[in-house]
Design a protein around this ligand. Structure first.
Ligand SMILES: C[S@@+](CC[C@H](N)C(=O)[O-])C[C@H]1O[C@@H](n2cnc3c(N)ncnc32)[C@H](O)[C@@H]1O
Length: 207
């Protein structure tokens, strides 16, 4: 059991995790001045808008095991945060980040190297990668839910779970998705945005 020493916006983390998150934040600030990793207006709110938001995605699957695949990771949100938390809290988890933009995937490779993280980076389009068999699949700000379900069907293991943080229009996206897909779902209100939610989805098949 890892000793708890620090907090990120009310969430306990070990001192080592806290330090890795701080180094990630430093690298994100440095690289964002050169490439567009996160919206400029959110740079002053990295801990709340990005890191804490990603931690809640990790926490939404407390029994995660096997392969965690994050699609369209961008700056590593939530995938890199999952990989950082997993070092202390879920060391058996294998994390894969999929990001087609070569400058962003170079950033992800740099973070992984500097923090000594053992993760896989696929610098390719989601559509072109052989099925990844994800036990947990995440994607944040990548696409509307019907499109995410198409990706999930290709890359999720049969018993896998998908976790999608969604904004205020999540119920409308759900309604549209149910026209084409069958699936089970749970929603968990976001701790960072009052109208947002984390959708947990399983058992995906076409109508
Ligand atoms: C709006 S950004 C969101 C990034 C990050 N998930 C976040 O929440 O900040 C979407 C990212 O997905 C990547 N992306 C979009 N379509 C993709 C595809 N088909 N295959 C791989 N990456 C893709 C883009 O390059 C971009 O970095």
């Amino acid at each position: 059991m890892t000793a708890i020493h620090c907090q990120i916006r009310g969430r306990d983390v070990s001192r080592e995790t806290f330090e890795r998150l701080r180094r990630y934040e430093d690298l994100l600030r440095k690289w964002t001045s050169r490439i567009n990793l996160i919206g400029r207006s959110t740079i002053t709110e990295i801990q709340e808008r990005h890191i804490r938001d990603s931690i809640q995605v990790f926490d939404s699957v407390p029994d995660a095991t096997g392969n965690w695949v994050d699609l369209g990771s961008g700056a590593g949100l939530p995938g890199m945060i999952v990989a950082i938390l997993a070092v202390d809290e879920r060391p058996d988890l294998k994390v894969t980040l999929v990001e087609a933009d070569l400058r962003k995937s170079a950033f992800l490779a740099t973070v992984a190297r500097e923090l000594g993280l053992d993760l896989r980076i696929e610098a390719q389009r989601i559509e072109n990668i052989a099925p990844l068999g994800a036990d947990v699949l995440s994607a944040r700000a990548l696409a509307p839910l019907p499109k995410l379900l198409e990706f999930a069907q290709r890359h999720m293991a049969p018993d896998g779970v998908a976790v999608f943080p969604k904004g205020a229009r999540w119920q409308e996206e759900l309604r549209q998705a149910l026209e084409k897909w069958r699936f089970s779902y749970q929603n968990q209100p976001s701790v960072t945005e009052p109208d947002a939610t984390i959708l947990k989805i399983g058992g995906i098949s076409r109508v």
